[in-house]
Design a protein around this ligand. Structure first.
Ligand SMILES: [Fe+2]
Ligand SMILES: [Fe+2]
Length: 319
């Protein structure tokens, strides 16, 4: 993804047309969203002071490496909010009706980092020193996906909110702690509503200009990266998260791309494309087919690995 280019006249016209979809979507969001209080999701009674220079002990909250990495990455991703706010303000502009959404969205997102940080600090699930150093490095680094145009931005955020919902939800289900499960589920519910907002905004964008939509979507699907690439040791954490099955290529394909690109935006049957749009559709369909094959192979490898592990654990006397 390149830097945000200067807004063209076509982008400005497109945004003006798309803006009409915003007020009803904000209204629906506010009517659906259930308010919640972060402090009610934190098990304060399990906490104690950190002594000066106290070493964090992972044994106090035993977790598989991939689950710990997911908590770390999920929180740092939420912590990068100031940069996402800057990006969406640049993409949509700081005027009504866009700010009606972007300000509200920012307030909701901030709640996620408040709640997850408090939970991780109180339970000692993650090293607080490593976490704070990584937060400083990430936010100071300012690495954030920068979509090329408003339309690219809409496509990206729709997929990204869904990806975040899946990542939080899958992380929560791997926690052997009902309090943590409840918190991650609660955050994932917010992400779902953010996803629905952007998903329907993107559908409107598709209807306004199918060809430009296809070109942007193709670019964003092929270049998609979760907004965590600026995180310290991101690749190591991503591999651990993938090994745990919390988020990998197969999850991304099955639970993010298929529901949006194929089922919601129905790119295969979309009509009214010009030559450029048609070319983008062919490229995107090829890419989706390739991802489907890779995901299938990944699933097969995983299930044969888990069968092998299960065999090793079987009691030979009862086998
Ligand atoms: Fe969030
Ligand atoms: Fe979100």
């Amino acid at each position: 993804m390149g830097r945000v280019s200067r807004r063209t006249r076509a982008d400005a016209d497109f945004l003006r047309e798309l803006a009409a979809a915003v007020p009803p979507l904000v209204e629906r969001h506010l009517a659906t969203q259930r308010d919640w209080l972060p402090h009610e999701f934190v098990p304060w009674s399990r906490g104690r002071d950190f002594e000066p220079d106290e070493e964090w002990d992972p044994g106090e909250f035993p977790l598989p490496e991939g689950v710990r990495s997911a908590l770390f990455v999920n929180l740092l991703t939420e912590d990068n909010l100031p940069h996402y706010f800057a990006t969406i303000t640049h993409v949509f502009g700081a005027t009504e009706p866009w700010t009606e959404w972007s300000f509200r969205w920012t307030a909701e997102e901030h709640r996620h980092s408040i709640a997850i940080r408090d939970y991780l600090t109180v339970t000692r699930a993650v090293d607080p020193v490593a976490l704070e150093r990584a937060r400083m490095a990430q936010v100071s680094g300012g690495q954030v996906p920068r979509p090329d145009s408003p339309l690219d931005g809409v496509c990206y955020v729709a997929m990204q909110e869904l990806a975040t919902r899946v990542a939080h939800r899958n992380t929560g289900t791997r926690l052997d702690d009902p309090v943590g499960q409840r918190l991650m589920k609660r955050v994932a519910m917010d992400e779902n509503l953010h996803y629905l907002f952007y998903r329907d905004l993107a559908t409107r964008a598709r209807d306004i200009d199918p060809s430009r939509f296809m070109v942007s979507l193709d670019r964003q699907v092929r270049g998609f990266a979760m907004p965590g690439t600026g995180i310290t040791d991101f690749n190591r954490h991503s591999r651990a998260i993938a090994r745990e099955g919390i988020y990998d290529l197969a999850v991304h394909h099955d639970h993010v791309l298929v529901p949006t690109v194929e089922r919601t935006w129905e790119i295969e049957s979309l009509e009214g494309l010009d030559a450029e749009g048609e070319q983008a559709r062919r490229r995107l369909l090829d890419h989706m087919a390739r991802l489907a094959r890779l995901s299938e192979r990944l699933r097969e490898r995983r299930s044969s690995r888990s069968t092998r592990v299960a065999d090793q654990h079987q009691d030979p006397a009862r086998a």
